[in-house]
Design a protein around this ligand. Structure first.
Ligand SMILES: Cc1cc2nc3c(=O)[nH]c(=O)nc-3n(C[C@H](O)[C@H](O)[C@H](O)COP(=O)(O)OP(=O)(O)OC[C@H]3O[C@@H](n4cnc5c(N)ncnc54)[C@H](O)[C@@H]3O)c2cc1C
Length: 399
């Protein structure tokens, strides 16, 4: 069996690891276009280990998140990777949010999270003395991690296990060879495979199209921008402080995250990116922009959520507005406490009807599997996603 994995982010690397377990004798090749692994979403994120509080019970996301955090923390423990289960607080600031927070608590309980606790205002202040809010849910299983170290460890394990990992290998064409095989052409040469697994993140829809799929759902890139708290203010946040998210969107809302190597980050917002790999406001990729603007789904989305889209644009350019969002959670924060941080771009699938795909989407074909939506918490859940993919490849390969 020859299997070719396209994309060397956390999902592709974890999938290759789990494929090795499922198919010990297989010829495994991973193709990554960048000079190193995990250069995109996998290392441009909040660095949080999510336990599965938010996701609809029974969804692939809920299943993968709950199992995934256990696999990921075990991986970190066994590889000596810096991580800390510091716990998270989701904070409600008014009565409407309290009602939504109750729903989240029920969801988390149904999803099997352990130790969830409802906190009143005083209990919240004991844990986070500077947090606003009239109620909160404490999620003790969640934490923070060094995903860059996870990427490196997964790449090393894959190589030690005999997989061939190629960098500088951008997949440019995929064609059939015979009734069952594939030839995957890349900038590092051709790979012949019986099965392909597409884990190309921000480009997964394009890679799927190379393999003959229709691009009905489209990746729409949403940039998330961060500020960092100045060292003198980082004492205002002890753990992770999250708002109650708007259930209409898969984004969690700007939050405070302690970083594993020190410091506190605030963000990310969610604004349409003018380049799929554009980490700065000024990055413009005409092909990416044209791709987004010629997609009817995006226009329907923007029409339906006009106010939210406009607010995100304003907040992206106005530090004052960004700070105001943060002050809902920690009122003492001022603009002077914030300095510009990094950014990440989310690969978010959108349907032609303009709906954001909420669940993970794994599309099966007899000799291919395409990961067409793997947004947050896919970093945490990568090993569980990889395990799921390996067992699906086993089932498909038997047919
Ligand atoms: C701002 C932000 C915050 C987030 N916060 C969190 C968090 O705190 N916790 C969490 O669990 N998740 C978080 N996420 C989500 C998480 O980071 C992603 O879901 C996860 O990293 C997806 O991994 P991936 O391997 O699918 O994608 P990627 O990491 O983007 O990897 C895809 C890879 O495919 C390669 N590729 C693309 N096209 C080709 C091609 N043609 N040929 C070869 N290679 C190709 C790319 O170069 C890339 O390396 C966040 C995401 C963002 C953007």
């Amino acid at each position: 069996m020859r299997i070719c994995v396209i994309g060397g982010g956390l999902v592709g690397l974890a999938t290759t690891l789990q494929l090795r377990r499922e198919f010990p004798g297989a010829e495994l090749t991973l193709l990554e276009k960048e000079p190193d692994f995990g250069r995109h979403q996998s290392t441009h994120n909040s660095g949080v280990l999510h336990a599965g509080l938010y996701y609809k019970p029974g969804s692939v996301k809920a299943r993968m998140a709950v199992h995934g955090i256990r696999l990921m923390t075990e991986f970190c423990r066994s590889h000596g990777i810096a991580h800390e289960i510091c716990g998270k607080l989701v904070v409600a600031v008014d009565e409407t949010e309290v009602a939504r927070l109750k729903t989240l608590l029920e969801r988390g309980t149904q999803n099997g999270l352990k130790g969830l606790r409802w906190l009143n205002r005083d209990q919240l202040r004991e844990i986070e003395p500077h947090a606003a809010g009239i109620a909160a849910v404490q999620v003790p299983e969640e934490g923070i991690v060094d995903y860059t170290a996870v990427v490196q460890a997964m790449a090393a394990d894959n190589r030690a296990g005999g997989a061939t990992l190629l960098t500088g290998a951008r997949v440019t064409a995929i064609r059939r060879e015979g009734p069952q095989g594939w030839v995957v052409a890349s900038t590092a040469g051709e790979v012949r495979a019986d099965f392909i697994v597409n884990c190309a993140g921000l480009h997964c829809d394009r890679v799927a199209e190379l393999a003959g799929e229709q691009r009905s759902t489209r990746i729409v890139p949403f940039r998330g921008e961060y500020y960092q708290l100045k060292a003198s203010s980082s004492g205002l946040v002890k753990h992770l402080i999250y708002p109650v998210p708007d259930p209409t969107f898969p984004f969690l809302g700007v939050h405070f995250t302690r970083l594993i190597h020190g410091g506190v980050e605030a963000g990310p917002n969610a604004i349409l990116a003018t380049s799929r790999e554009g980490y700065r406001k000024t990055n413009l990729n005409l092909a990416d922009l044209a791709d987004a603007l010629t997609f009817g789904g995006l226009w329907k989305f923007m029409r339906r959520h006009k106010a939210m889209c406009w607010e995100e644009v304003v907040r992206s350019f106005s530090k004052r507005r960004f700070c105001a969002s943060l002050q809902k959670l920690v009122p003492e924060i001022t603009e002077a406490d914030l300095e510009p941080g990094g950014a990440g771009v989310r690969a978010q699938a959108m349907t032609p009807a303009g709906e954001l795909v909420q669940d993970f989407e794994l599309v099966e074909r007899p000799d291919a599997l395409h990961v067409l939506n793997a947004p947050s918490p896919a970093a945490t859940a990568s090993l569980a996603i990889g395990e799921e993919i390996a067992s699906r490849v086993r089932r498909l390969a038997r047919k």
